[in-house]
Design a protein around this ligand. Structure first.
Ligand code: SAM
Length: 222
């Protein structure tokens, strides 16, 4: 299906609720001209993440998967003056585009980008003895989603919010015979999330500009 009506409604929602945003437009253009893949969150999901961060009163946010810093910008804008985002990215080229985009959007001073394999960076964060995070946004390689869940639980405060993108994958999450490692990764993640006694969680289907997918939302128990 082409989901045209859902895409049209997504555009309608964006027109209504998201004001013109030169910094984010420039970030999208810079990512495109640098040849980055078009896999950032949609503007509507970006604002959704921003509102969740504000509702959480989040001061410290961890993001796994930076790309060009599009979602990072939304998250950083939700922070109070003394807030901080740590975002993890494997590709130096993506991190470079993100750094320029974040600086242009005037949120650079609030954001640390750690370049490298995210699991290694998460270990480094633990070793650093960082204060716990209030919110995590998981949006990198699906094969490691279960690891990212375990690390998020380890690095967050009680009551924290953990969000993971792309956990429905056009409905392919229903296929138990799928041999796509990304589908298998999110299937394992959803199973692990549902069973983990440390969290209360749900998955919400999402449909719009970027097709049909879903996000998982989990709250770390006290
Ligand atoms: N959150 C971004 C946004 O919405 O603007 C999009 C992130 S994109 C879907 C996923 C990113 O994760 C890519 O930039 C990719 O290079 C990065 N990535 C993939 N595997 C990774 C790994 N093992 N460690 C760190 N980053 C990784």
């Amino acid at each position: 299906p082409d989901y045209q009506m859902f895409k049209d409604v997504d555009a309608y929602i964006a027109d209504h609720f998201i004001v013109d945003d030169p910094a984010l437009d420039a970030a999208e253009a810079a990512a495109e001209s640098a040849g980055l893949p078009n896999i950032a969150v949609s503007p509507v999901l970006g604002k959704y993440l921003y509102l969740l961060a504000k509702l959480m009163g989040a001061r410290r946010i961890l993001e796994i998967g930076t790309l060009g810093g599009y979602s990072t910008t939304w998250l950083a804008r939700a922070l109070p003056e003394d807030g901080h985002v740590v975002t993890l990215e494997y590709e130096p080229k993506h991190a470079g585009v993100a750094r320029a985009n974040l600086d242009r959007a005037a949120v650079g001073p609030w954001v640390e980008i750690i370049v490298g394999e995210a699991v290694a960076s998460l270990r480094e964060l633990e070793e650093r003895g960082e204060p716990p995070f209030d919110m995590v946004f998981i949006d990198a390689d699906k094969e490691n989603y279960v690891n990212y869940l375990d690390w998020s639980i380890k690095l967050c405060r009680p009551g924290a919010l953990i969000i993971a993108d792309n956990v429905v994958r056009d409905g392919r999450v229903l296929d138990p015979t799928s041999n796509d490692p990304r589908v298998q990764g999110v299937q394992a993640f959803n199973d692990a999330l549902a069973k983990n006694p440390r969290v209360e969680a749900i998955v919400t289907q999402m449909v719009g500009q970027k097709g049909y997918d879903g996000i998982a939302l989990a709250r770390l128990r006290e």
